[in-house]
Design a protein around this ligand. Structure first.
Ligand code: ADP
Length: 265
């Protein structure tokens, strides 16, 4: 591929209303599609999360725990189908802004091993990017060699894709301004960490409290765990608030945005 693609993660907390089952945040989806179009970024790959589309059905049927009985099969199908519906909304919104978005469902090209990607056929993705398409993939219920099936998070997918595609950078859009010293939703004294290194991330994931004493929990903890991989390979990661209008356009255009910049060292 001639130029390195930029990877954009759209968090489930941004594109859905998280506490309302199967409810999209259509206003955010359309605004973000407009921002992506305005940025005029040339090689882009989008991965989105599930938010209120993925989690409730997957949790009801315990899909993340793997195959335990036939009663779960319908739950696997429903989880994937809900993600297809959300993906369709995103792709339609991008197409509406004149962008050649192309849906690439993970469950049709990835089988995990114990919940982890071990083999990632890239032909379709690289071909699509070099032709000028914008692949739009997502966190999904996928088949698994060891457990029967598993949940592949959008964070794992974008991190592995970024490395395999030799991405320029990974922009992670969430519903807070970046990585904080503790969860900003529950801790009023939380401070934004504007710059972090691989060493900082490893301390966070390993549970060792670093000099900054960062307390990372919930969805952000999983994100930091996965994002360690691209950072380790020298790919810069930027965590920004995608609910704030203009942030994603600015980040895609390489302009300065409030957020957390994570680099190797
Ligand atoms: P998404 O669904 O957008 O991928 P998640 O909701 O899974 O994102 O994760 C982001 C959430 O993680 C934030 O909204 C925040 O409440 C929580 N969080 C926990 N600890 C931290 C921290 N130290 N810094 C920032 N966010 C944190």
């Amino acid at each position: 591929m001639k130029s390195k693609p930029v990877m954009l993660k759209l968090g489930g907390s941004v594109i859905t209303v998280k506490d309302k089952v199967l409810t999209p945040n259509t206003e955010a989806i359309d605004r973000l599609a407009g921002e992506i179009a305005d940025s005029k970024v040339s090689h882009l790959v989008i991965v989105h999360g599930g938010g209120s589309y993925g989690h409730s059905i997957a949790a009801k049927y315990k899909i993340a725990e793997g195959f335990k009985g036939k009663h779960q099969l319908i739950g696997f199908s429903e989880t994937h189908n809900a993600m297809v519906s959300l993906n369709k909304l995103i792709v339609e919104s991008l197409i509406g802004k004149g962008l050649p978005a192309l849906s690439i469902p993970p469950s049709s090209f990835i089988i995990t091993k114990n919940g982890r990607i071990h083999d990632l056929p890239l032909d379709i993705m690289t071909h699509a990017i070099s032709m000028g398409f914008i692949p739009v993939s997502y966190g999904d219920s996928v088949l698994d060699h060891d457990r029967g099936f598993a949940i592949l998070s959008g964070d794992q997918l974008i991190s592995v894709l970024a490395v395999k595609l030799g991405a320029e950078k990974v922009i992670v859009g969430v519903d807070v301004d970046g990585l904080y010293t503790s969860d900003p939703k529950t801790s009023p004294s939380a401070q934004l960490v504007e710059h972090a290194t691989l060493e900082d991330l490893e301390k966070l994931v390993g549970g060792v409290s670093g000099s900054r004493a960062i307390d990372v929990t919930g969805g952000m903890r999983g994100k930091i765990f996965e994002l360690t991989l691209p950072v380790m390979k020298g790919i810069e990661v930027l965590i920004v608030n995608a609910l704030k209008p203009g942030n994603i356009c600015r980040a895609l255009s390489g302009k300065n945005v409030m957020g957390t910049r994570i680099v190797k060292g």
